[in-house]
Design a protein around this ligand. Structure first.
Ligand SMILES: Cc1cc2nc3c(=O)[nH]c(=O)nc-3n(C[C@H](O)[C@H](O)[C@H](O)COP(=O)(O)O)c2cc1C
Length: 285
C-alpha cells in the first residue's frame, strides 16, 4: 500500500486564487466548474490505522518521511516501511528514521516527484547517479524507479546496487492499467515530457500538452489545493478525449511501453535482464 505524506501546511491562498482566475477560461472551454481548492491530509490517520489493522506487508510512503512514532506503530503491526527518496540527504533521513527500504526515484520518473519537499531547486538527480550515491550512504535495500522500461534497464539498476526495479510507465499500455484511451495514444508517440505543477500544484512529469505548456510557468506550489482546483477540468477533458486538457503522466522512456499483458512484460524483462548481464559479462571478459 502506498500512502502520500500530507503537505505540512496550506499554501498561500492568494496564490491559489490568482491561479484560479487564470484557469477560469480553461474551465469554460471544457464546460466545467473549477473545483474547491481545499487543503486536506488525504485521510492520513485513517489510512495508517487501516494499514496497521490489516497488517499490510509493505507500506510505502511518498512526498515525505513519516515521523518516528508512525514508523514504530507500523513496525509493531508487522508492516515494513519503505520511503521514497530523490536525493542523498532524504536517503540519510529515511535510513535514520527507521525505513526498511528506500524507493530511489530518479528524475526520469513519470508522475509526481516523490521527495520530501516540493522546492524548485531540489536538484533533480538521474537514477544511476542517485543510486550510486545512495549506496554509499545506506545499506538498506533499494528499489530503483524512473525510466526503467525494459530488461536492459532492469539489469542496469541491479548492477548499480538496487535490489529491485520499480516499473511505472512501461505498464501503462497493459490491459490491466486504467490508462485513459487518449493518454494511451500519446504514450505510443515520440513526445517530450516535462516537470510541471500546472495540474496538481506539485512537480510531476508528464507528456507536454497544451495545458502543461500554457500553465507551467504560472502554477503555484500548492498541493493538494491545485489538485482539487483542476480536478473537474481534467475530468471533463478526459471525458471528451481531449489529451490537451488533462495530465498525461509519463516517464522519460514512455516510447518503450508496449501493449501487452503485464505478466508477459514482467517475464520478458526478467529474461532480457539475464541476457543483458550475460552479454556484458562476456564483453568484459
Ligand atoms: C500514472 C502514474 C501514477 C503514479 N502514481 C504514483 C503514486 O500514487 N504514488 C507513488 O509513490 N508514485 C506514483 N508514481 C510514480 C511511480 O511510483 C514511479 O516513481 C515512476 O512510475 C517510475 O518511473 P517510470 O514511470 O519512468 O517507470 C506514478 C507514476 C505514474 C506514471
Amino acid at each position: 500500500v502506498n500512502v502520500f505524506v500530507p503537505s505540512p501546511e496550506p499554501a498561500d491562498p492568494a496564490l491559489v486564487r490568482e491561479y484560479a482566475r487564470e484557469l477560469a477560461s480553461e474551465a469554460e472551454h471544457h464546460g466545467a466548474e473549477l473545483g474547491d481548492p481545499r487543503f486536506d491530509d488525504d485521510d492520513w490517520e485513517a489510512k495508517l490505522e487501516l494499514a496497521q489493522e490489516q497488517r499490510i506487508p509493505v507500506v510505502s510512503f511518498t512526498f515525505g518521511r513519516p515521523d518516528a512514532d508512525v514508523v514504530e506503530r507500523l513496525h509493531a503491526a508487522g508492516c515494513a516501511v519503505w520511503i521514497t527518496v530523490t536525493n542523498v540527504d532524504e536517503a540519510r533521513q529515511a535510513d535514520a528514521g527507521g525505513a526498511d527500504g528506500l524507493v530511489v526515484q530518479g528524475l526520469e520518473a513519470g508522475g509526481h516527484r516523490g521527495g520530501f519537499s516540493d522546492a524548485d531547486d531540489e536538484g533533480g538527480m538521474g537514477l544511476l547517479a542517485l543510486l550510486r550515491l545512495v549506496c554509499r550512504n545506506s545499506a538498506l535495500p533499494l528499489i530503483a524507479a524512473g525510466g526503467i522500461a525494459d530488461g536492459a534497464a532492469v539489469a542496469a539498476v541491479l548492477c548499480a546496487g538496487a535490489s529491485a526495479a520499480q516499473i511505472g510507465t512501461a505498464l501503462m499500455l497493459t490491459p490491466e492499467a486504467g490508462t485513459d484511451a487518449a493518454q494511451r495514444r500519446q504514450l505510443r508517440e515520440s513526445r517530450p515530457t516535462r516537470l510541471t505543477r500546472a495540474f496538481t500544484g506539485r512537480l510531476a512529469r508528464g507528456i507536454v500538452n497544451r495545458f502543461l505548456a500554457e500553465h507551467s510557468s504560472t502554477a503555484p506550489a500548492a498541493y493538494p489545493e491545485v489538485h482539487h482546483l483542476t480536478s473537474p477540468i481534467r475530468a471533463a477533458a478526459r471525458g471528451r478525449g481531449d489529451a490537451d486538457g488533462f495530465n498525461l503522466w509519463a516517464g522519460q522512456a514512455h516510447e518503450l511501453a508496449t501493449e501487452r499483458p503485464a505478466s508477459e512484460i514482467v517475464r520478458e524483462m526478467g529474461a532480457q535482464a539475464r541476457d543483458a548481464v550475460a552479454a556484458v559479462s562476456r564483453r568484459l571478459g
